[in-house]
Design a protein around this ligand. Structure first.
Ligand SMILES: Cc1cc2nc3c(=O)[nH]c(=O)nc-3n(C[C@H](O)[C@H](O)[C@H](O)COP(=O)(O)O)c2cc1C
Length: 165
């Protein structure tokens, strides 16, 4: 049997850090109607027709149960002035939504005020892939604001040039 090459995890992280991404907070409601959300940069587009998007969630995330059960989620694409929101939703704060202004999306899913765009989805499929759970969502509603997006690269936040708004 062919043995797989050993990958240096630190080098893999460095290489992945060379790939700039946007920053999102993905939100849902748990079974009790409590707001749930976390910072995610694994979000990406998958298909335009039908409209599908994808993202992955660490299998050990405290939010896993809520996302598995909810059947829907919203992608809040953060604006360039929302790095503090990104940090908050990546933290272990008991209530990440405390002090964060939101409005209701489809099914009551919380949408964070002031984002660059919102993509509301039905969860179409989920599957375990390594140490993450891969979610594919079917887009139900989309809205874009005139705000430049927040960018994440090499473990730092930055923004894009003025033309990219
Ligand atoms: C910029 C950034 C991007 C992140 N992207 C992801 C992601 O795609 N998937 C994920 O599961 N966690 C991601 N995280 C980590 C989660 O936000 C964080 O681990 C989580 O909120 C911790 O709490 P939990 O146990 O509720 O998941 C990211 C964190 C940061 C700062």
């Amino acid at each position: 049997m062919r043995t797989l090459p050993t990958i240096d995890h630190a080098e893999l992280r460095r290489a992945l850090g060379r790939f700039p991404t946007g920053v999102t907070v993905i939100t849902t409601l748990d079974a009790d109607g409590v707001f749930v959300g976390l910072t995610v940069n694994s979000f990406n587009s998958l298909s335009l027709d039908p409209p599908l998007v994808l993202w992955s969630l660490g299998t050990r995330s405290s939010t896993r149960r809520a996302f598995e059960d909810a059947g829907r989620f919203a992608v809040n694409i953060l604006a360039e002035d929302q790095a503090a929101i990104s940090q908050r939703f990546a933290s272990s704060a008991r209530n990440r939504f405390h002090g964060v202004d939101t409005h209701a999306g489809l099914g009551g899913t919380p949408l964070i005020d002031g984002c660059a765009a919102y993509i509301e989805c039905r969860a179409q499929s989920m599957q375990v892939a390594g140490d993450h759970l891969l979610f594919i969502g079917r887009v139900e509603r989309v809205r874009t604001a005139h705000r430049r997006p927040l960018v994440y690269v090499g473990g730092r936040y930055c923004s894009v040039g003025a033309d990219a708004g």
